[in-house]
Design a protein around this ligand. Structure first.
Ligand code: MEV
Length: 397
């Protein structure tokens, strides 16, 4: 029997692609065949044929909750790392960022369909056994429960009726401790769905199991990062007078607050920093982005995740970032040597520090972008960097 592509080693897959007509040079240029991390990468994903390189730059000093960190950042945009460093120096002078985090909670949704006439009976059966579902969920993950986490709450709502059926949606809330928790929570939710299917398929009219999956809304994972930049700090670092700078930054913030088209870009700048820092740490960056943009739209329009205003007591600038961070300190991704090394390099030794560092990087990134935008403009720095990197002639001369 011929071997399936996914069953092959990376080297065999490359051979197979070359047999299929893929040019060997293209393959080598696209994916390195000899990376020492290849065995790990092969376990981390599917149909792996090599390693893909991305630049890793460094935010050299980031003061958060009174601890100094370095932050490894993977991004193809050089001005992101440059702006983060520039902003972090100023933050450092002001005493650093202070970050608070929520106890991390992940919520799973269990959706089933029942005949509209049977909704009352089904809800009765589900709601009166609430503790049973929580216990069933916790039996799926004794280690999480031993660590002080686990499922702790459960509720049910009904959704629209269509085609003679009503959607019933139950939510299971789980303290996931140090994990992002997607696997743990999905296992629990599927267990509950299967149990309902066994019990209700015959007794509830029109019962049809729908699906069980976590929500990526990140509502239970809010992180708040704050900084006050006193006039003395601003005077040292910024070319314009502190009160002028404060007014310009507050205005830039208000622009994002009142204009969703601007807010999208403002938040993209925040995510430039957070995602660049999250990649080397092996995080699910799609989950981080999904929750962030969902939260940004919580009032029905895109709003900024970080805002800046005059600090009434010092007359300086106060910045505040509040957003969900769907990240994990433990999980299968830690099997990668490179990820493990990035955690060590960044000095991240627990879940709160992981959240704090990502949030602080996001706030610094936002400040760095706005600083450039309201003073010299973004292109000057961009082009300067480009010329330094690529040695091209100055397009303005
Ligand atoms: C570019 O990658 C990010 C910025 O557009 C962010 C912003 O406008 O705030 C500079």
């Amino acid at each position: 029997m011929t071997q399936k592509f996914y069953e092959m080693t990376p080297a065999q897959r490359r051979e197979s692609l070359i047999h299929q007509g893929v040019d060997a040079h293209t393959l080598t240029a696209m994916a390195e065949p000899e990376s020492p991390s290849l065995p790990t990468l092969d376990v981390m994903s599917e149909n792996v044929v090599g390693a893909w390189q991305a630049p890793l730059g460094i935010l050299t000093r980031c003061l958060v909750n009174r601890r100094v960190h370095r932050v490894a950042m993977s991004t193809e945009e050089p001005s992101v790392v440059a702006a983060a460093n520039r902003a972090a120096r100023l933050f450092d002078d002001a005493g650093g960022v202070v970050v608070r985090i929520d106890e991390p909670v992940t919520c799973a949704q269990i959706m089933v369909a029942v005949h509209p006439d049977a909704v009352g009976e089904f809800l009765h059966q589900i709601e009166t056994r609430r503790d049973q579902w929580i216990a069933l969920a916790n039996a799926c993950d004794p280690a999480l429960v031993r660590a002080g986490g686990g499922a702790f709450d459960f509720d049910v709502t009904t959704r629209t009726e269509e085609h003679d059926e009503t959607l019933v949606v139950a939510r299971l809330f789980v303290h996931t401790k140090d994990a992002m928790g997607a696997n743990a929570v999905n296992t629990m939710a599927e267990k509950i769905l299967h149990t309902w299917t066994e019990r209700c398929a015959l007794s509830i009219d029109g019962f049809d199991p729908g699906m069980a999956i976590l929500t990526n809304d990140g509502a239970g994972r809010l992180v708040t990062a704050e900084i006050v930049l006193p006039p003395g700090t601003l005077r040292q670092f910024v070319a314009v007078e502190p009160d002028v700078f404060v007014r310009k930054m507050a205005r830039a913030s208000r622009f994002a607050e009142c204009d969703p088209q601007r807010a999208v870009t403002h938040n993209k700048g925040i995510m430039n920093g957070i995602i660049a820092a999250a990649i080397p740490l092996g995080q699910d960056t799609r989950a981080i982005e999904a929750a962030a943009y969902h939260y940004a739209c919580r009032d029905g329009h895109h709003a900024p995740l970080a805002v800046w205003a005059k600090d009434p007591s010092s007359g300086g600038l106060r910045g505040r970032l509040c957003m969900p961070l769907c990240v994990g300190f433990i999980g299968a991704f830690r099997a990668s040597r490179a990820v493990e090394a990035a955690f060590r390099f960044d000095g991240i030794d627990d879940y709160p520090t992981l959240c704090a560092l990502l949030a602080a990087t996001g706030l610094a990134q936002n400040f760095g972008a706005l600083w450039a935008l309201v003073t010299s403009g973004i292109q000057e720095g961009h082009m300067k960097l480009h010329r330094r990197k690529c040695g091209e002639a100055d397009p303005l001369n």
